[in-house]
Write a protein that binds this ligand. Structure first.
Ligand code: SAH
Length: 267
């Protein structure tokens, strides 16, 4: 079932109580896999146990990671959640709009729901690892929910929508995040190499490119094609450079020959 493939990822969580309440929200909505990325070292695990109530099996089965990239490397979709509307966060959809698509994706592989720190949320480089972005609509006066309540809203929408979506019909499997990220790294290097962007603008430009790709699901075939384009472009650019150098050298040699024949002979 699709909900078995939903994974909740908490990044840099400060308070044990929130981890426990998150477990409870997940258990209520039939979602069982919890991953933590660098929670505060002195986090209060007793609070977590207390707030989890009957959801302690989820708390006990949690997995720890030292980077978000590692935590989501096996996921076919990485859904960032944000209370903020900054640059490159404007394409965020509501949980209700996003839920059918996420459940479709979860039919094919793991889907990570990623939640940020209580004080600072998700950082920009963490958002750039996300293939989808969700913002819970709120009153404009106060947009930031308590972490575990944000988890609950997302889990509830997935739970409530789980029988109301069309299964996806793709021949190729969806690409895991690790493969997508490798593709983005290759594109980044190529776009710098061909002068499409400068190093100092690369982060913004790649966030824009990520946003374009996040509008659809990328299969393994899609990613292989996009990586193939990068390899062929390198070949074409280098080959072209080689040809142009050879042409320049040939022209130079011809000019030198011409000059020689125009020089008056000493005879
Ligand atoms: N001050 C932080 C808020 C952090 S709240 C900020 O400005 O980003 C902790 C986490 O709860 C957020 O990182 C996000 O994952 C989730 N969250 C809180 N409010 C949300 C909202 N309106 N929509 C989506 N996620 C939200």
């Amino acid at each position: 079932m699709a909900l078995d493939n939903i994974v909740v990822v908490l990044v840099g969580t400060l308070y044990g109580g929130n981890v426990g309440s998150t477990c409870r929200a997940m258990a209520n909505m039939g979602i069982k896999e919890l991953r933590l990325v660098n929670p505060r070292e002195t986090i209060e695990w007793e609070d977590a146990t207390r707030m989890a109530c009957h959801a302690t099996p989820i708390l006990e089965a949690r997995k720890h990671f030292t980077s978000l990239e590692d935590a989501v490397s096996d996921c076919v979709a990485v859904v960032g959640t944000t209370a903020r509307q900054g640059l490159y966060r404007q394409h965020a959809l509501s949980p209700r709009e996003q839920a059918p698509k996420l459940l479709q994706l979860a039919e094919q592989g793991k889907v990570a729901l990623v939640f940020g720190r209580e004080d600072k949320g998700l950082l920009n480089d963490e958002v750039s690892l996300c293939s989808h972005l969700v913002q819970i609509p709120t009153d404009s006066e106060y947009s930031s929910l308590n972490l575990s309540q944000a988890v609950m809203v997302l889990c509830y929408e997935l739970f409530a929508t789980r029988n109301v979506y069309e299964p996806i019909q793709e021949k190729s499997e969806l690409a895991p995040a690790q493969m997508r990220n490798r593709m983005f790294d290759m594109w980044r290097e190529l776009l710098l190499h061909i002068g499409f962007m400068e190093e100092k603008k690369a982060e913004h430009m790649m966030a824009g490119i990520n946003r374009i790709f996040s509008r659809g699901a990328l299969t393994i075939n899609d990613v292989n094609i996009m990586m193939g384009i990068v390899r062929q472009t390198y070949w074409a650019v280098d080959h072209d450079k080689h040809n142009r150098t050879a042409q320049r050298e040939k022209k130079l040699a011809e000019q030198q020959e011409d000059q020689k024949s125009e020089e008056p002979s000493n005879a």
